[in-house]
Design a protein. Structure first.
Length: 93
């Protein structure tokens, strides 16, 4: 929540690649570093593959924990069975 005084996570995200597929979905490869985090996550480095639906209402992602940035380590697909798979829906207002 934006009102929380003790954030769960905080960090940086660098977009390394962005493309739009034929169906209009937008994909990103990002390199993320957690700078503040609970559960001893400070310093975690992640390579993340995002898929944003054409409507912008659905965000899916999978990630790989890495020691150092290596573009060869990005996940290559959104796999619903992947332990790191997450899906988020934009709330209607």
């Amino acid at each position: 929540m934006t009102s929380d005084t003790d954030p769960y996570d905080e960090g940086t995200m660098r977009i390394d690649k962005k493309w739009t597929e034929g169906d209009g979905n937008i994909w990103y490869e990002t390199f993320d570093v957690i700078t503040v985090g609970g559960l001893d996550r400070k310093g975690f480095k992640l390579e993340v593959l995002y898929k944003i639906s054409q409507s912008g209402a659905v965000n899916e992602r999978v990630r790989t924990l890495v020691g150092a940035f290596d573009p060869k380590l990005y996940p290559t697909e959104i796999d619903l069975k992947d332990d790191t798979y997450q899906i988020f829906y934009r709330a209607r207002q």
